[in-house]
Design a binder for this molecule. Sequence first.
Ligand SMILES: NC(=O)c1ccc[n+]([C@@H]2O[C@H](COP(=O)([O-])OP(=O)(O)OC[C@H]3O[C@@H](n4cnc5c(N)ncnc54)[C@H](OP(=O)(O)O)[C@@H]3O)[C@@H](O)[C@H]2O)c1
Length: 385
Amino acid sequence: MNVASTTTLPRTQRAWTYTSRGLPREILSLNSAYAVPPPPSGTNVLVRVTHVGLNPGCYMTLQSIPPLIRRIVSGGKKTEYVPEGEFSGVVVLVGPGVARASSISEFRPNARVFGSLPVPSLLGGDGTLTEYISVPASQIALVPPTMRMEEAAGLSGAGLTAWAMLNEVPGLNPLQDITPKTRILINGGSGGVGTMLIQLAKDMGAYVVATCSERSKTLVESLGADEVIDYRRNDPLPSYLASNYSSSPSSQSHSQSQLQFDLILDTIGSQPLFLSSPSYLSPDGLYINVGNFDHGVFGTVSNALWNTYVGWYLPRFLGGVPRRYIMISTTPNGEKASLLARMIEEGRLKVVVDEVVEFERVLEAYDRMIAKNALGKIIIKVQDE
Ligand SMILES: NC(=O)c1ccc[n+]([C@@H]2O[C@H](COP(=O)([O-])OP(=O)(O)OC[C@H]3O[C@@H](n4cnc5c(N)ncnc54)[C@H](OP(=O)(O)O)[C@@H]3O)[C@@H](O)[C@H]2O)c1
């Protein structure tokens, strides 16, 4: 039996929607008569969304992806789109295939779940800033009993990005390459991804140095960072690092805190930090960037291509940088989200929530995110559990 047939759904719902390209304040409006998705088919589930974790990547793509692309991806039918991709909520209905597939049969009505939408939904404008979503069961995981729903909404996007930066990088074998001797610099330790990276890197036993501003120091230390660098006081950061972290492990006179890094994990997307990295990143080290669209998609992609494929081969005097550079992107899924949920249950990981903002105040939340003011994740409360 399709569980859908036993539950009555409203026909319409509240949703933040847009029809054109631009900043959230310019294009988003609250639609109180947006259509509720039909009962789920196959292995999809219908979730009543309680919370949404905002992701900076989303507002950046609101500016950069033309609605025509979204229309094509959504099959040519949609003209009104919903932003964002992360959520927590309660399962309302499950498609007929869910109970049959043992790996996802745990997702029954009333189960508390969290996750991220698949890329085609994001591109097609089928986002999560709404009351009900239809999502493949393969994209979700159960919320641990002790975890609050607002925390769960912030886990999968930033958490799985951080996870990928440490566990899914070609040429980096976490079990072998990350030991208590491994020195990691995390640029941007106080944001959504940075707060996850610090905890995951410490859980793997590494020595962690993180950058943040003065106001975030206590938070970043409480997450386990061994050293904290105030990037504002020590501006420009590349010169500061070159003066203080340039000793190679083979040199005779050095203290542990002066050694070069083995890994630089950049959540800010700083091109100057990479260009000067031979001074403070060991010759066989890795520079891993999570991507940043502040300078536009073109600027980000061209920097990444140059750093990865051209700079490596050029001599220094022609602008080459002899350090391996990898730009990472993730495709979250439920199995990996379950791994993080287990770490939460075991007390090895927590979600740092900057603020929980009411659904009606989404535009203020975006303002705060765009100003890069959030410590951890900004969460939108859509409705009560
Ligand atoms: N969040 C996600 O779920 C997610 C998922 C995939 C990819 N990404 C990508 O990852 C990147 C980072 O995202 P995020 O969510 O971590 O960002 P975020 O939470 O918006 O980061 C904001 C924090 O960055 C710090 N900051 C600003 N400028 C800095 C600088 N120059 N150096 C060091 N810290 C600085 C600020 O703290 P201080 O006051 O301490 O400076 C602020 O707390 C973005 O490009 C995003 O698109 C994010």
